[in-house]
Design a protein around this ligand. Structure first.
Ligand code: DX5
Ligand code: ZN
Length: 215
């Protein structure tokens, strides 16, 4: 079954508690939290204090997507409030060491690649990844258009994960909607991030159900 990880980036942060309750009732499997520093990406979002507050109000696993420069500097702080903790291959941290540190701190490790990165570049790190996140938009903003090049990258990673006999989950983030979700699942994604699509949906529950039923 496909997992749905809604991104709260487009939610109204003053009424976030309500939105999280709606997402829980709709059947979200985890919550995708986009941390941006204005350096690695041209946008600033939120950090540990906000995630800590969210953590107190939900039992959903927190899927934290760090879009920050040299993330190894902050792994300890974020690991304390995350379930899945992911960082970018391109962000200037020692990749293997950072993945190992995340696991040692009791979180699931996730390595993320931007549209400019070829999947083969992260093959050597797959055994250290509990999840791999393929960006299907340039990181930084919600509401962008899905880049179809991500599909081939998902297929390549899925084939390599299977070849190595790993349990690594494969997640896709950016521009997921009614049309692109089935394509991503067909290419091998098992975890779908959705921001605007889920929040704009007139019936969140039905939309979530549809995504989770994809095969
Ligand atoms: C973009 C973020 C995404 C974003 C997804 O940098 O990583 O998680 O919130 O939003 P949608 O689903 O609207 O593209
Ligand atoms: Zn994200």
């Amino acid at each position: 079954m496909v997992k749905l990880s809604p991104s709260v980036l487009t939610a109204d942060f003053l009424t976030l508690k309500n939105d999280i309750e709606r997402l829980e009732a709709a059947g979200a499997d985890m919550l995708h939290l986009d941390v941006m520093d204005g350096i690695f990406v041209p946008n600033i979002s939120f950090g540990v204090p906000v995630i800590n507050s969210i953590k107190k109000h939900t039992n959903l696993p927190l899927d934290v997507h760090l879009m920050i420069d040299r993330p190894h500097r902050y792994i300890k702080e974020f690991a304390a409030v995350s379930d899945y903790l992911g960082f970018h291959f391109e962000a200037g941290s020692p990749v293997a060491e950072t993945l190992k540190e995340i696991r040692n701190l009791g979180c699931k490790s996730c390595l993320t690649i931007k549209p400019c990165t070829a999947p083969e570049q992260i093959f050597e790190f797959l055994p250290l990844c509990d999840m791999v996140l393929v960006m299907s938009v340039e990181p930084g903003f919600g509401g962008q258009k899905f880049m179809p090049e991500a599909l081939n990258k998902l297929s390549i990673l899925r084939a390599e994960i299977n070849r190595l006999g790993l349990n690594t989950e494969l997640e896709v983030d950016g521009g997921i909607n009614k049309e692109t979700a089935p394509l991503a699942v067909n290419a091998g994604a098992g975890v779908l991030v959705a921001g605007n699509y889920i929040f704009a949906s007139p019936d969140m529950k039905a939309t979530a159900k549809e995504i989770k039923a994809l095969k």
